[in-house]
Design a protein around this ligand. Sequence first.
Ligand SMILES: C[S@@+](CC[C@H](N)C(=O)[O-])C[C@H]1O[C@@H](n2cnc3c(N)ncnc32)[C@H](O)[C@@H]1O
Length: 250
Amino acid sequence: MTQPNATGTLFVTGVGPGDPELMTLKSVRVIQQSAVVASFCKRGRPGHARSIALAHVGSNGSGQSREIRFEYPFTVEVDVGNPRYLAEMGNFYEACAAELAACLAQGDDVALLCEGDPFFYGSAMYLFDRLRSEFRTEIIPGITGMSGAWSRAASPMVHGDDVLTVLPGTLPEDELVARLQTSEACVIMKLGRNLPKIRAALARAGVAERAIYVERGTMAEEIIVPIVALDRSPAPYFALVLVPGRQGAR
Ligand SMILES: C[S@@+](CC[C@H](N)C(=O)[O-])C[C@H]1O[C@@H](n2cnc3c(N)ncnc32)[C@H](O)[C@@H]1O
């Protein structure tokens, strides 16, 4: 039974890659049962995680949760290397954590939504890191964007002792080339304006012919094409490249 002065639990929950049917039963239950549902979004936008979970949030779901939306001060406008980036994002995450701490302190459970899996490049980790020592936390895994993408592309990725490497597209071109050359299979995340550099790296590493571009995988607007046939640049944020490993039955 809940104690009168007990603090709430922070549930950091993955909501999967985009298709709402790829949410887990546990994530749905936690979202429906939490007093507060929090999510990140780009300024003036609904937010991907919230859009995925919408049917289960607030008056849409079976519960009556209060919603908190954290609008990023910027997304791609300020470069990660710019000193402003760390300082302003640090302040932003501090303010978000303080707002959630106030809810948790008064006994409310909080479901913090995260697209894909929370511990895989998810912003929710920055709040988890700030709150984990003070409050009970539970992490609910989600299907990652890359897993959704290779399933929709019907592209087996790694067999046997193949090595899979996950690369942020923000890495310098030479580093991308070196890593592409030393793994059987790769996933390149965070495309956006890095796309021309990534295409150059795929060509230099000799893997462009088997690379697959996946934009908004599992969502209604999904695009899946061989990267050599792609005629757009830059790419949107929700896009990745799959470089499948060795193919064929053994
Ligand atoms: C900040 S990371 C978050 C990853 C997320 N936590 C996950 O488990 O997939 C965002 C990057 O994930 C990739 N991504 C996530 N979901 C995707 C999807 N449905 N389709 C294509 N790319 C996706 C994109 O490369 C995007 O730039």
